[in-house]
Structure formats: C-alpha cells, structure tokens
Design a protein around this ligand. Structure first.
Ligand SMILES: [Zn+2]
Ligand SMILES: [Zn+2]
Length: 179
C-alpha cells in the first residue's frame, strides 16, 4: 500500500538513498518500474511530461505501458517524491514532473518559446518564513512560477513588431498624403 506522505520542506533535500530508506521504513516498496521513473525524473534535470517520460522509460523496460506510467507518476506525486508542475500552462494541459530532491527553486517560463529556467536563491525561504510568521501558516509546499519573454525572444519580438510596422507604414503613409 502506497501511503500519501508529505515531507517537511527541510527533508526535500534528502539524498535519494535516504528517501528510499525512509520509504522502506514506511512500508513503501520502490518497485522496478517506480525506480525507473524516479531515476529518469531525477537524472534528467529537466521538466518532462508524462509522454516524454513514457518514451524514455520504454527504452529501459519494454513492458512499461502508458497506464503504468501515469499511475506511477501519481503515486510518486502522492508519495511526495516528485512535484507536478503546469509551468504556466505554456504547453496547454500538460503536466511536468521533477524530483523533490532538488533545492527549492522558482520556474521562469518564456511564454513565447517555452524555455524553462530554474532560479535558485534565498527568496523562497525568506517568503516562506514571512508567511509562516505573519500568517501563522504551516507551509507544506511552495511553488513559484514567473512568466515572460527570454532575452532571445525579446529580440525576435522586437523584430516582429518592426516588421509589422513596416507592412503597416505604406498604408498609413498613403492615408496621410492623400488626406
Ligand atoms: Zn523565449
Ligand atoms: Zn525545476
């Protein structure tokens, strides 16, 4: 039986072996398929969706099917081992998974090209402390997402605006001269 457990934030940075030990203590078995998915999420360092994870997992175990992947992801999420992100819904309804073993960080999402950057810093810990102190709130999880345009997309957008103006100008020019 897989118990839903919520790890305190301080435990998120536990080494993976510790996570496994603590799971074993709680009677949660890390089956081969769970382990494959957990390893993929852990080592990729990226934010993969269920389909991407399925394609990668299939290469390690041909018996893995989509249903198992979705069910396992749900279990890992409920078990507090992975985080499910929607990344500002850039990819529609897609959800992305990442390990909770990483240090807390914010996700910075480019709403034009979909690039995801991770931002590490003191800010999340500071905010958490303030929320706990000012609101007397016990925080179990924080998620910070920032949406905008990456430096490359800012250049491309400026070019697009320029081009759009370029195509508009003749029409405007005609309007003015004939006015
Ligand atoms: Zn971009
Ligand atoms: Zn991340």
């Amino acid at each position: 039986m897989w118990h839903a457990l919520v790890l305190p934030l301080s435990e998120y940075r536990m080494a993976q072996t510790d996570i496994r030990d603590s799971l074993r203590e709680r009677g949660v078995r890390l089956t081969r398929q769970r382990k494959i998915l957990l390893d993929l999420i852990d080592t990729s360092g990226e934010h993969l969706d269920a389909e991407q994870l399925y394609q990668m997992a299939k290469k390690r175990d041909v018996k893995l099917n989509r249903v198992t992947v979705y069910r396992t992801l749900k279990m890992l999420k409920q078990g507090g081992l992975v985080d499910e992100l929607d990344l500002m819904h850039y990819g529609g309804d897609q959800h992305y998974y990442e390990t909770r073993l990483k240090q807390e960080h914010a996700h910075i999402i480019c709403l034009r090209c979909g690039k995801v950057e991770e931002f590490f810093g003191e800010h999340i810990q500071k905010m958490r402390k303030q929320v706990e102190q000012n609101l007397g709130f016990q925080i179990l999880l924080t998620r910070t997402e920032v949406g905008g345009y990456c430096s490359n997309c800012q250049i491309l957008r400026a070019r697009e605006v320029e081009q759009a103006r370029g195509t508009e100008l003749p029409a405007r020019g005609r309007g003015r001269t004939s006015g």
